[in-house]
Design a protein around this ligand. Structure first.
Ligand code: FAD
Length: 292
């Protein structure tokens, strides 16, 4: 289908948008910032008859603190995340991850909802959402349902979103005062590059120097979906996070990951780099904790 033959609808409310999605006979697809969809369209993939442009739905762009966590609208851009004091102080890994997405233009256009729905194993915000215990709210005309982030991805480009649903909210658990988090990325170059390996870490710290009470680690780009590194996590509590302990945890990372080779890197390189980037992340996290 030629681009000039496509229809573009721009609903002004979630309800109006959901009414279009309800029409299952229609070949329809949502577009938010367009940074993934336009690239795919140019490659000849994903050319529906009708585009539903949701960028004008103001009720989907917000960051606010609620009793059950921090609520983030799917149209929140990466730049919005970076600028938000709530995210900077209570979800550091997500602020870091948003900062690592593309370059300024992509961060201004690209949205959190789009990054999630694209479901790339290399999507930078996703590991951060794992360690922040995100829950994705999906809405259809029939109502809302909540899907924990670890159940949201079925594989590359495959998610729990049904044909008649859209993401309307992402709820994350803020860091407590004894917690600290970070996101680290290894890409082929500084900007505009998709991750070769990325990792998010969230730790709960004790009263003693470098004492860690527990934490979560999530790797991206090393398996068909983002994965938790449970073996590494179990070592976090064994002893203070000394240099030796951090090296040991890094060495365990290769047992957790099952990467593939592609144009960006070989599986072996990814496996080695997973350990290296985890070590780097833990060092930087200790610095962040000590300088808080
Ligand atoms: C040059 C360049 C560099 C990039 N660099 C990075 C990078 O470093 N890291 C990274 O992670 N990504 C990167 N990306 C990918 C992209 O920018 C991000 O994934 C971005 O967050 C996508 O958001 P969007 O709003 O543009 O999504 P869109 O392109 O508008 O949509 C993407 C998908 O999400 C669906 N969708 C959007 N909103 C919703 C919703 N509310 N509910 C249900 N489905 C929805 C759309 O239907 C579509 O399938 C890059 C892209 C480009 C072009």
């Amino acid at each position: 289908m030629r681009i000039s033959e496509m229809e573009l609808i721009s609903p002004k409310s979630v309800l109006e948008c959901l009414s279009y999605l309800q029409d299952t006979d229609r070949d329809i697809r949502l577009i938010a910032g367009g940074t993934d969809t336009v690239v795919q369209m140019k490659e000849g993939k994903g050319r529906p008859k009708t585009w539903v442009n949701i960028k004008g739905i103001k009720e989907l762009r917000f960051i606010r603190e609620e009793d059950d966590g921090i609520h983030i609208g799917p149209l929140t851009t990466h730049t919005d995340l970076i600028k938000s004091r709530i995210i900077q102080y209570q979800a550091q890994a997500l602020a870091d991850a948003a900062w690592e997405v593309g370059a300024t233009q992509i961060r201004n256009m690209g949205t959190l909802g789009g990054n999630l729905a694209t479901a790339s194993p290399a999507g930078d915000t996703i590991p951060a959402l794992y360690v922040l215990d995100a829950v994705v709210e999906l809405q259809s005309i029939a109502g809302k349902r909540k899907v924990p982030i670890e159940d949201f991805f079925y594989g590359p480009r495959k998610t729990a979103i049904n044909r008649n649903e859209m993401i309307t909210n992402i709820i994350i658990q803020p860091q407590k005062t004894d917690e600290v988090s970070i996101f680290q990325k290894l890409g082929p170059r500084r900007a505009q590059a998709i991750s070769i390996v990325n990792v998010a870490i969230r730790l709960r710290m004790g009263k003693e120097k470098r004492e860690c009470i527990g934490g979560k680690i999530a790797f991206g780009s090393v398996a068909p979906t983002v994965i938790r590194a449970h073996k590494c996590e179990s070592l976090l509590r064994v002893s203070p996070l000394t240099e030796e302990m951090i090296t040991n945890i890094g060495k365990v990372a290769w047992k957790e990951v099952a990467p593939i080779s592609d144009i960006r890197a070989s599986a072996e390189y990814r496996r080695d780099m997973a350990g290296a980037i985890l070590e780097r992340g833990l060092y930087r996290l200790m610095k962040r904790w000590e300088n808080r």
